[in-house]
Design a protein around this ligand. Structure first.
Ligand code: C5P
Length: 235
């Protein structure tokens, strides 16, 4: 498995996304397309970026009945994306259905990863709204183990949880971690952050980086610095 930096392309339109990526010239970073861009531009944005040579993490966080998720994953596999995700809360049966859906693709299948608990959900909401009366950390690990049991490749998690996830689910269980900031940059709304170098040292497999690159004065230099810091460290 290759460690890589994934740029979160949190843009509202194809035009803004392509204008941003054009700055990279022949370099083709791994990119994350989220709901906003996908729902505004449709699958054409995926086709266009694939054609340009980018690897794509399609961050749609699927959560529905197993049959619907399976059929949706067939569609996504045929779009030739490289990474997709589902909510672990959808149950092991739903995650297994997602895996079956992706298996329609011949050859290398997309990595399938699970969202455990959204970082916007705090302990109070977990208990008072979702009616789950356990420590958040335990719930996250339990959901990660469910994802592993369902045959998923890994989870999205905080870099602060990556080591514990690897201990619970194995070193080859992939951790995809947002919440990355350069030592010198502002935190924005992220709270539990790490630098790319720290993330590498705790064993994160992929880091998802948005604003520190997209809002940088020189995004290409920021991306290259991120890759340098992240890949020079070995676990
Ligand atoms: O700009 P920034 O680096 O904070 O962007 C991080 C990206 O990762 C955003 O696309 C955000 O939606 C996503 N993300 C996150 N925290 C999670 C899951 C996803 O920041 N727990």
């Amino acid at each position: 498995m290759s460690k890589d930096v994934i740029i979160a392309c949190d843009f509202a339109s194809k035009k803004d996304t392509l204008t941003f990526l054009d700055r990279f010239g022949q370099v083709r970073p791994f990119v994350k397309i989220g709901m906003e861009l996908f729902y505004s531009e449709g699958p054409d944005i995926v086709r266009e970026l694939k054609q340009r040579g980018h690897q794509i993490f399609l961050d749609l966080k699927l959560h529905d009945i197993p049959n619907t998720v399976e059929k949706t994953c067939r569609v996504l596999a045929n779009l030739d994306v490289d990474m997709v995700n589902v909510h672990a809360a959808g149950t092991i049966a739903m995650m297994q259905a997602a895996r079956r859906g992706l298996s329609v693709k011949q050859g290398k299948q997309p990595l399938l990863i699970a969202v455990t608990q959204l970082t916007s959900t705090d302990q109070a909401a977990l208990e008072n709204e979702l009616d789950i009366h356990r420590d958040m950390q335990d719930v996250v690990m339990h959901y990660a183990q469910n994802a592993k049991a369902a045959g998923l490749d890994g989870v999205v998690c905080s870099p602060w949880e990556a080591d514990q996830v690897h201990q619970a689910c194995g070193a080859d269980f992939v951790t995809v971690t947002p919440g990355i900031r350069f030592a010198s940059s502002q935190k924005d709304d992220q709270k539990r952050i790490m630098t790319p170098g720290q993330a590498a040292r705790v064993g994160c497999d992929y880091i998802v980086v948005g604003r520190p690159i997209t809002q940088a004065q020189d995004p290409v230099a920021a991306y290259q610095e991120c890759v340098r810091e992240f890949t020079k460290e070995t676990r």
